[in-house]
Design a protein around this ligand. Structure first.
Ligand code: ATP
Length: 453
């Protein structure tokens, strides 16, 4: 059975080194988390799966990794400076500040229940920066609040470097920053988080077709690739659309406390490329007046056959990588009753997602022969290039199994005194706890077989 509460996951993440509170020894910082040894591996595996599906298994999408800090003007013309805000209300009694559209009951304070709530005011979510030696403290740059805009402004660069006919896409994975009013739900709502977003540029007459295609493709990825059961996922169409959108749907996952967004699919029309092109027209006028330079960029597409030039529509898929990891961990988390008052926690991850692919465990500590055989097995497994392999030399096999169950290692290889005599080891499978003896020579192929699942 998956985790009953997100707190189960919080405790496991801290205990086993997946996720720590950011700035922890200085009292923490709301909405910021640090990913530990196993968290970085799980995030990397999710990122790689997304990249494989978007880039390596198709020929119509290019990759990009844009800067996190960007020119203030970019966010002015994208519309974010004026309108990327959440409605902030304050409780007149206890002073709690809340995001009005996420309150349990918009007429009552989430903290103290008082009905004395202020009128909402627009609260800017972007984190402004004042950078450079000449900066006078005024905001001249922003940390990006999404990857999407940093993709649009590179539309022409990418297309010039790698010509494509429509439809084609540009994909990015990277950090985004939002000054969220109330970070919550562990890594569900943070101020620094990671997005995997893809912008698909289409002929305006094809927008509805590709919107439906990407909805179906992304839902299938959650089910088939990440292994989330179909009944725990659903579409939620947006009733109130953002200023740029013609249609928008969330993919929601059923967290322990209810369905919530993990990814969005949006038809952003020609809003973004259009407004960055219009901004360039303004620059053109300025540039001509000031020093007669033509320094402008039009983010339009020229059809190679008809020669017609137009601004494509954009279908965007926008996933939160941290939310994907949280959903994967909740699904994998299992508490098993082993009888006799014993139980175990096991993370039943798909083996290709597991942070550690295999652990090699000599049964007794610091016995030179056992350690040497274990080191050799470890080295052979490393050569497979399948990811992280661990060697445990604490001599406490029970503790080692518990640890690897909890971090989701699909198989442990135990080296004991019989190994010295007959060259066999024990494979201990995470999910069934079955143990089988196999010759050392078979270990790499067996592990490979398991990890491919
Ligand atoms: P929300 O309504 O939850 O604030 P959003 O609709 O503004 O999210 P998008 O701008 O569509 O979110 O971002 C795409 C994805 O990025 C979301 O589906 C989510 O998975 C992730 N995401 C957005 N904000 C955060 C955050 N503060 N912390 C973690 N992940 C986030």
């Amino acid at each position: 059975m998956p985790a009953k509460t997100v707190n189960d996951i919080v405790a496991l993440c801290k205990r086993r080194g997946f996720i720590f509170t950011g700035s922890e020894i200085y009292g923490g910082l709301g909405g910021a988390y640090d990913y530990g040894p196993y968290g970085v591996e799980l995030m990397k595996n999710i990122r790689n799966a997304w990249w494989n599906s978007m880039i390596y298994s198709r020929n119509d999408i290019e990759g990009l990794d844009a800067a996190l800090i960007s020119n203030r003007l970019m966010w002015k013309y994208s519309g974010h400076e004026a309108s990327f805000s959440d409605p902030l209300v304050e409780c007149k009694k206890c002073g709690a500040r809340m995001r009005q559209d996420k309150m349990r009951d918009p007429t009552k304070c989430d903290n103290c229940g008082s009905t004395e709530i202020t009128e909402p005011r627009a609260y800017q979510l972007m984190m402004g920066l004042s950078i450079g030696a000449m900066a006078d403290g005024a905001i001249n740059a922003y940390l990006r609040p999404e990857t999407a805009t940093t993709t649009y402004v590179n539309f022409k660069n990418v297309l010039d470097a790698k010509p494509h006919k429509l439809p084609f896409g540009i994909a990015q994975i990277g950090k985004a920053f939002r000054n969220e009013i109330s970070p919550r739900g562990f890594v569900f709502r943070m101020r620094e988080f990671e997005q995997a977003e893809m912008q698909y540029f289409v002929n305006p007459s094809d927008d509805e077709k590709y919107f439906e295609m990407w909805k179906a493709t992304r839902l299938a990825w959650w089910i088939d690739t990440l292994g989330i059961p179909a009944e725990k996922l659903r579409f939620l169409p947006h009733e109130k659309l953002a200023h740029y959108a013609k249609a928008a749907v969330d993919i929601e996952y059923e967290f322990p406390d209810g369905f919530d967004e993990v990814e969005g699919v949006h038809n952003r029309q020609d809003f973004d490329l259009g407004s960055h092109t219009k901004s360039q027209d303004e620059f053109e006028i300025h540039a001509k007046v000031l020093d007669n330079k033509d320094s402008t960029t039009k983010l339009a597409y020229s059809d190679p056959q008809s020669g017609e030039s137009f601004i494509p529509y954009v279908i965007e898929t926008a996933m939160g990588v941290n939310r994907a990891m949280l959903a994967v961990m909740i699904e994998a988390y299992t508490e098993e009753d082993l009888g006799d008052g014993k139980s175990r926690i096991v993370l039943k991850l798909k083996p290709w997602l597991s942070p550690v692919k295999a652990a090699v465990i000599p049964l007794a500590r610091n016995v030179p022969e056992l350690l040497e055989i274990s080191n050799n097995i470890e080295n052979d497994l490393r050569k497979l290039g399948i990811g992280r392999i661990e060697l445990e030399n604490s001599g406490n096999i029970g503790k080692n199994y518990r640890r690897h169950d909890e971090i989701g290692t699909p198989v442990c290889i135990t080296v004991d005194h019989q190994t010295i005599e007959d060259g066999t080891v024990t494979l201990r499978y995470r999910d069934t706890m079955d143990q089988v003896r196999v010759p050392i020579a078979d270990v790499p192929s067996k592990v490979l077989e398991i990890v491919k699942q």
